[in-house]
Design a protein around this ligand. Structure first.
Ligand code: NAG
Ligand code: NAG
Ligand code: NAG
Ligand code: NAG
Ligand code: NAG
Length: 521
């Protein structure tokens, strides 16, 4: 009898997964740690619902903490002497509603994933999309090939001048890599997955250049064909049981204007882009069974907003009737003020802004494409996400979900870094600091959360604690804090209560507690 109860107790305990599996840390000289996953072990993390009067905090740091979880009591502001730095949360001032976080299922991500054993494949998807993982709820997928493919292709390469797209078909990569990976994501995630799809280039015969990259534009006689190409993709994916949530109006049109960029691309002038949206893409989608799909303009760097969005809309105001939002990439963020984003949301209040691509290691001066264990790359992710969220961006989608040790494959050698690097030959994958950077947002800020106001008070000579706070549909307050300096005592205040935190040097902390509004107190 006694034994019987013990067994039941143990089963319930394990079944609830309340014990987190810690990071199997591997140190890298002079860098932060990697967390190693193999066929028998992979770290995980459960979010704990905070009890009344308490808070739960999770910390990852350059020093090697990974989702280090602590529980503590909220204290009375009046009876506390802590801290010279305070973050006062004001839930009455709300901003944008969060859509979600995710990563991209490129051909290369799918190929690297498929190269792992089935056990590791499951672990990798769980790590990102599972309840004990980061709880990602978004995916981006290229329509046809991109640079992160092992060859060049589109869905209708032949015959040439096939105006009716009579030979449109999905590729080997869809059936073997992308669709299986997406289906695994759909069956793993508890939250509905929102998928954003983007075309890098149409079939070459539709282009002025007849080339995959370089200076080009869409031949006018194929404007409708290119719109139909998108509709056919939506139909083919729907037939496979994969529903697309949004399409963008072509990935990074600026690459087709700059002649030396080798990435698959199609150049657009803002004027012609507007014309195509108004006359072809918009009506084709809105008159189809996919009429509710979101259409996202731009899908390019922040600095291209004034021309490829604002000027486009100025020339073709009707485009706004078809566009739901603006998609932005991160590659020029270091030299473009984020205020450009707030300006868009002020000027076009019905439109949302979504960050659809980001990765480290893409610039020519970054010689080490995969920088194993880099904390500075994790920090760049965190700072960019905080900055975007504080300028009304509703979600943030990372680039390749996983890459190989070279940061590939990439058919034009545009290798980059990824939060997960796979080592199929030794039966492992490693989670980089960037993986945890994503998790501090994705896991704790669910879809439907609203960003709320935070006011920081700090000693003049101290660095700011970078932050963003949210009111979640779970009835909790979540704040994400980045401390880029030395160890620091910080109080996160709400009304007459506060969570007192000791923030490690170079660390990110997510803190969560119940929101009891003044009328319910
Ligand atoms: C898998 O990882 C665990 C935890 O680090 C380790 O104990 C075990 O030896 C590893 N297994 C293999 C086959 O390397
Ligand atoms: C149709 O496309 C396939 C590749 O998907 C190609 O092998 C075949 O030649 C094409 N058919 C025609 C008539 O061009
Ligand atoms: C486009 O280039 C391909 C080779 O890449 C060639 O076979 C084809 O004839 C070219 N088409 C045109 C219209 O020039
Ligand atoms: C649907 O197509 C017709 C022409 O076929 C067009 O006049 C109409 O504007 C389209 N509807 C939408 C919502 O774009
Ligand atoms: C797949 O894994 C094998 C080793 O198991 C490796 O030789 C091969 O290069 C990998 N493929 C890619 C595209 O990384």
């Amino acid at each position: 009898m006694y034994k019987f109860f013990v067994i039941i107790f143990v089963c319930l305990f394990l079944g609830k997964g309340s014990a987190d599996k810690p990071c199997a840390a591997r140190s890298v000289d002079g860098r932060s740690v990697l967390c190693v996953c193999n066929a028998t072990y992979c770290d995980d993390i459960t979010r704990e619902a905070p009890a009344s009067g308490k808070f739960v905090a999770y910390t990852s740091s350059e020093g090697g903490l990974r989702f280090n979880k602590i529980h503590d009591e909220l204290e009375d502001v009046a009876s506390s002497s802590c801290c010279t730095t305070t973050l006062t949360i004001n839930p009455d001032t709300t901003f944008q509603t969060i859509e979600g976080f995710g990563g991209a299922v490129t051909d290369s991500a799918g190929l690297n994933w498929k190269n792992l054993s089935e056990t590791l494949q499951n672990e990798l998807i769980n790590a990102y999309y599972g309840d004990n993982g980061l709880e990602y709820n978004m995916v981006r997928v290229p329509i046809g090939g991109a640079d992160f493919s092992s060859r060049f292709y589109t869905y209708n390469d032949l015959p040439k001048d096939d105006v009716k797209l009579s030979n449109f078909s999905l590729a080997y990569e869809d059936y073997h890599y992308k669709l299986p990976m997406i289906k695994k994501i759909l069956s793993t995630s508890s939250a509905p997955i929102e998928i954003v799809a983007s075309t890098w280039t149409p079939p070459l015969w539709m282009k002025s250049s007849n080339k995959s990259s370089g200076f080009s534009h869409l031949k006018e006689e194929y404007y409708q064909t290119y719109a139909d190409y998108h509709k056919l993709f939506l139909e083919h994916y729907a037939k496979e049981g994969v529903k697309i949530w949004a399409i963008t109006t072509t990935n990074e049109p600026i690459n087709g204007v700059i002649p030396f960029i080798k990435i698959n691309s199609l150049g657009w002038t803002p004027y012609n882009m507007g014309k195509w949206i108004v006359n072809n893409l918009g009506p084709t989608i809105r008159n189809s069974t996919f009429k509710d799909i979101k259409i996202l303009a731009l899908d390019d760097q922040r600095y291209t907003i004034p021309v490829w969005f604002e000027l486009m809309v100025k020339k073709h105001p009707k485009a706004l009737e078809y566009i739901d939002g603006v998609a932005v990439h991160w590659y020029g963020d270091a030299f473009t003020p984020a205020s450009i984003l707030s300006t868009v949301s002020k000027k076009y209040p019905g439109k949302f802004i979504l960050a659809t691509e980001a990765c480290e290691g893409s610039f020519p001066w970054q010689k080490e494409k995969v920088e194993l264990g880099s904390w500075s790359r994790a920090k760049n992710y965190i700072e960019d996400i905080l900055e975007d969220l504080n300028h009304n961006v509703v979600g943030w989608i990372d680039w390749n979900l996983c890459l190989n040790a070279d940061g590939g494959p990439n058919w034009v050698s545009n290798n980059v870094d990824s939060p997960i690097i796979v080592y199929p030959e030794v039966g492992e994958f490693v989670k980089q600091p960037m993986f945890y950077a994503m998790g501090h947002f994705a896991k704790f800020v669910p879809r439907g959360s609203k960003r709320i106001d935070v006011k920081e008070k700090k000693p003049v000579l101290k660095k700011s604690i970078e932050n963003a706070a949210f009111l979640t549909p779970r009835g909790t307050i979540v704040a994400v804090l980045y401390n880029g300096g030395g160890e620091r005592n910080v109080a996160v205040k709400l009304g007459d209560q506060q969570a007192r935190l000791v923030l490690d040097s170079n660390s990110v902390t997510t803190v969560e507690f119940l929101y009891q509004s003044s009328d319910s107190q």
